[in-house]
Design a binder for this molecule. Structure first.
Ligand code: PSU
Ligand code: MN
Length: 304
């Protein structure tokens, strides 16, 4: 009943069975400033092609769900003001009312699964915010991972979140959290958090096998692959902790709540690190795109 638009590249990949990697669009509209946002979006797509898969950036444009954006559409979205941020709760309403919106991790997973894409690369997932015991601010991304069978490659969750509570909720929901190549759960801009990841896998083929095995067991839900930022690009956690604390205090002082919290904190941290957070963010997204492409290729070898 809904008409899903594919880019020509994604349509061709689907026809020939080439591996596809989904990409979210909230990172473009709410996660990075213009013009770096569109440069990075194009670069990440190219990284996926270079690694032998096809990128499918997902967004809702004037009521149409797009899986794969043509270059001009990507450019236009990255320059638009006031684009909605769509999660599970608002994607259908946006389509039904002819709106334009960028997809979060949750909404991107829904769209990817709808068209049979099983692997998705992003920067960081949403999680349990600090102070959630009073605000109840827990991202819908976590529930989505529990119910939609897509493997999401992220650099862990941002240190602006309560990482320990985020891991607890993921465990409760039965979501496998797999650190790639290390024992520690990564902390987005930093290679390591003080927390150990529940699972560790060292190569894409194993991650793909685990994904296929979950399907074979009839388990709903996806996997979170926590891929650490390359060491040379990290901002050490020690350096970042006081900055994050200040930015969180700014958010509280300005009464920022709900879906505005994550974009606000990202912008503040960008300002307070003199742009270093963005440089790190770009490096980790590209790193995740390359791993996701490898996982998608392995998965297509397993499932044919
Ligand atoms: N983390 C990032 N950049 C982002 C986001 C998270 O490093 O842009 C976005 C993602 O789209 C994620 C969303 O799904 O924020 C989570 O928002 P919320 O906490 O409101 O669910
Ligand atoms: Mn939230």
């Amino acid at each position: 009943m809904i008409d899903i638009r594919h880019s020509s590249e994604v349509a061709a990949a689907r026809a020939s069975g080439k591996p596809v990697v989904a990409l979210e669009s909230t990172i473009i509209t709410h996660g990075m400033p213009y013009p770096q946002n569109i440069e990075v979006a194009a670069q990440v797509e190219q990284d996926i092609r270079d690694a032998g898969a096809v990128p499918a950036t997902i967004a809702v444009l004037e009521g149409q769900l797009h899986v794969g954006l043509e270059a001009e559409a990507l450019q236009a979205l990255g320059q638009s003001q006031g684009v909605a941020k769509l999660s599970r709760a608002d994607m259908a309403a946006c389509i039904a009312t002819g709106g334009t919106g960028a997809t979060t991790v949750a909404a991107t997973m829904i769209a990817a699964h709808r068209v049979g894409i099983e692997v998705f690369a992003t920067g960081g997932i949403g999680g349990v915010h600090k102070g959630a015991e009073t605000t109840f601010d827990i991202s819908a991304d976590l529930n989505e991972l529990a119910q939609t069978p897509v493997t999401v490659v992220a650099a862990g969750a941002k240190a602006i979140l309560d990482l320990a509570k985020t891991l607890e909720v993921l465990e409760t929901l039965g979501v496998p959290v797999i650190a790639h190549g290390q024992n520690a759960f990564p902390a987005f801009w930093s290679v390591e958090s003080p927390l150990k990841a529940p699972l560790r896998m060292d190569d894409a083929a194993t991650i793909a096998r685990a994904h296929a095995t979950r399907a074979a067991l009839g388990l709903p839900g996806g996997q979170l692959v926590a891929n650490p930022i390359p060491l040379q690009d990290q901002i050490p956690a020690k350096e970042l902790a006081p900055i994050i604390a200040q930015c969180q205090a700014d958010a509280d002082a300005h009464g920022i709540t709900g879906k505005a919290v994550t974009p606000y904190l990202l912008q503040r941290i960008f300002e307070r690190t003199g742009g270093r957070s963005l440089t790190a963010n770009i490096a980790l997204v590209r790193n995740n795109a390359r791993l996701a492409a490898k996982i998608a290729r392995s998965l297509s070898e397993i499932t044919g």
